[in-house]
Design a protein around this ligand. Structure first.
Ligand code: FAD
Ligand code: NAD
Length: 155
């Protein structure tokens, strides 16, 4: 089976979009990821799958912690930025919470310590034990990703 068929099929699974962030050498670092899942309630675990070619892969290995920022529908540009798809650099304002850089306008920020890892092919699954959660009180719609395109609820 070719890669295109696999990606087209996986693209039929609609997801939200997150930016995985961590602090590295005193600076914030982020990477767009839609391979995110809730795993366990007791203990509270989530997982993100990070490709071995991504710089974030080695960074999280070293920092041992990460935050998952669930993007709002109006944060497509941030998704493109942290996927390396914008030509120009942008200044991004992070809030800092317990040593984690987080995106303040996200729908939710899930702060984690790395609980365990599992190498799976060309990606590593980073399981995170959740230490803190920040959420907005006001309602907001998520940014969605389906068939390789950004979408929003009702669109
Ligand atoms: P880099 O290339 O180092 O950084 C990515 C971009 O973020 C760069 O443009 C950089 O300038 C910018 N950036 C980083 N930190 C900052 C900062 N503090 N301020 C301003 N800009 C900053 N890959 C996966 O492995 N797993 C996934 O689940 C996944 N899901 C994806 C979902 C979508 C919708 C998309 C579009 C891409 C996804 N990717 C995923 C691909 C991944 O986002 C890119 O391959 C990414 O560029 C690899 O990250 P890197 O760590 O090598 O980042
Ligand atoms: P796309 O059409 O390539 O993605 C459709 C779906 O295929 C994704 O939602 C994901 O489930 C799967 N997928 C894509 N690339 C993958 C990879 N390298 N490993 C495992 N699963 C993968 O979407 P696009 O808009 O062309 O993506 C832009 C870039 O972001 C591409 O370089 C793509 O490879 C990358 N991306 C990577 C992942 C990932 O590593 N899990 C997920 C999404 C997008």
């Amino acid at each position: 089976m070719d890669d295109r068929t696999f990606r087209r099929a996986m693209g039929k699974f609609a997801t939200g979009v997150t930016v995985v962030t961590t602090e590295f050498q005193g600076e914030a670092k982020g990477m767009t990821a839609n391979a995110f899942m809730s795993v366990s309630l007791d203990p509270k675990l989530v997982v993100v799958s990070i490709g071995h070619k991504a710089r974030m892969h080695d960074i999280v290995k070293q920092t041992g912690k990460f935050a998952v920022n669930i993007l709002r529908r109006d944060q497509e540009e941030l998704s493109r930025l942290f996927a390396g798809q914008l030509k120009e650099e942008r200044h991004v304002s992070f809030d800092w919470v317990n040593g984690h850089p987080i995106l303040p306008e996200a729908l939710a920020n899930i702060l984690c310590n790395v609980h365990s890892t599992y190498v799976a092919g060309d990606h590593t699954l980073y399981f995170g034990e959740v230490t803190d959660i920040l959420m907005k009180d006001e309602p907001g719609d998520p940014l969605l990703f389906f068939e390789g395109k950004y979408r929003s609820i009702g669109q």
